[in-house]
Design a binder for this molecule. Structure first.
Ligand code: ADE
Length: 224
C-alpha cells in the first residue's frame, strides 16, 4: 500500500513514520508513506499557501491553487482509491473504517492547517473526510499520523503475530480483556488463577466475559 500525505508542516510527520511499527511496515516493503510539502506549490516568491477568508473572520484558509497543483501533480503518477481530508467536522474514525481503508492500494491524505481549506477542494477533490475525535487539533498532521498508524499496523505481515491485530479492542466491537505478565505475584497483587490454569477453553470464556463486562461498564455505546 502507498500513502501520500499533503502537509504544510511535513516536519510534524517525521517522527511517527520513522519509528516502531510504521518504520517496520516500510522496511518490509508492505507500506510506503511519502509526505509532500504544500509550500513546493505555493504562490510567488514567498511560496504562499494561505490567505484571508472571504467575508472576514479569524484565521487563514489554505488556498485552492497550491492544493490543486499538488494534488494534480500526484494524480499524474498514480490513481488514488481515496482522497481523504482530515478535519474535525467529519465522521469520527473507528476500527471498521480503518479495516476498509487497509484494503486499498493508494491513498492520498490532506492534512489541513490554519482555519481550514478552501471548500471547493472538498467539493471537487476530496472523496472521504475523517475526524479522529470531537476536539480540535492545530492541524491535520497528527490526525493523519493516527490514521496511518491504525492502517499500517493491520496490514498483513506487519505485526509478527497475525492474530494479535485481530484480538485488539474494537475488532469484535468490544474492548479487550485485561492482560498480565510475570511476576505472578507482585507484592501481593496476583494474576487471576484462571490465566495460570492452562485450560484454554476456560481462559477464552473468561476473556470473553471480561471483555463484555468492561465494554458494558466503560463503553456501553459500543453494545448498542
Ligand atoms: N484537524 C484538526 N482537528 C482534527 C480532528 N479532530 N480530526 C481530524 N483532523 C483534524
Amino acid at each position: 500500500m502507498r500513502i501520500d500525505i499533503i502537509s504544510v508542516v511535513p516536519a510534524l510527520l517525521k517522527g511517527p513514520f520513522s519509528e516502531s511499527i510504521i518504520k517496520r511496515a516500510q522496511a518490509k516493503g508492505l507500506l510506503e508513506v511519502v509526505v509532500h510539502d504544500l509550500h513546493e506549490f505555493g504562490k510567488g516568491k514567498y511560496r504562499q499557501v494561505d490567505d484571508y477568508p472571504y467575508g472576514g473572520g479569524a484565521g487563514m484558509v489554505l488556498m485552492i491553487e497550491p492544493m490543486v497543483a499538488c494534488i494534480e501533480s500526484l494524480r499524474k503518477k498514480r490513481d488514488y482509491d481515496e482522497i481523504i481530508f482530515m478535519t474535525p467536522d467529519a465522521p469520527v474514525l473507528n476500527q471498521p473504517m480503518v479495516n476498509g481503508l487497509s484494503m486499498l492500494n493508494n491513498i492520498l491524505i490532506i492534512a489541513g492547517h490554519f482555519k481550514g481549506i478552501d471548500e471547493r477542494i472538498r467539493e471537487h477533490y476530496v472523496t472521504k473526510e475523517i475526524s479522529i475525535g470531537d476536539y480540535v487539533l492545530s492541524g491535520g498532521e497528527l490526525a493523519a499520523a493516527v490514521l496511518v498508524d491504525a492502517i499500517g499496523r493491520i496490514l498483513p505481515g506487519v505485526i509478527g503475530d497475525e492474530t494479535s491485530a485481530l484480538t485488539d479492542s474494537f475488532q469484535d466491537g468490544m474492548l479487550s480483556a485485561p492482560v498480565y505478565t510475570r511476576p505472578v505475584d507482585f507484592n501481593g497483587w496476583k494474576v487471576p488463577d484462571i490465566l495460570l490454569s492452562g485450560h484454554h477453553k476456560n481462559i477464552d470464556a473468561w476473556r470473553e466475559e471480561q471483555a463484555f463486562r468492561r465494554t458494558k461498564e466503560r463503553r456501553p455505546d459500543l453494545l448498542k
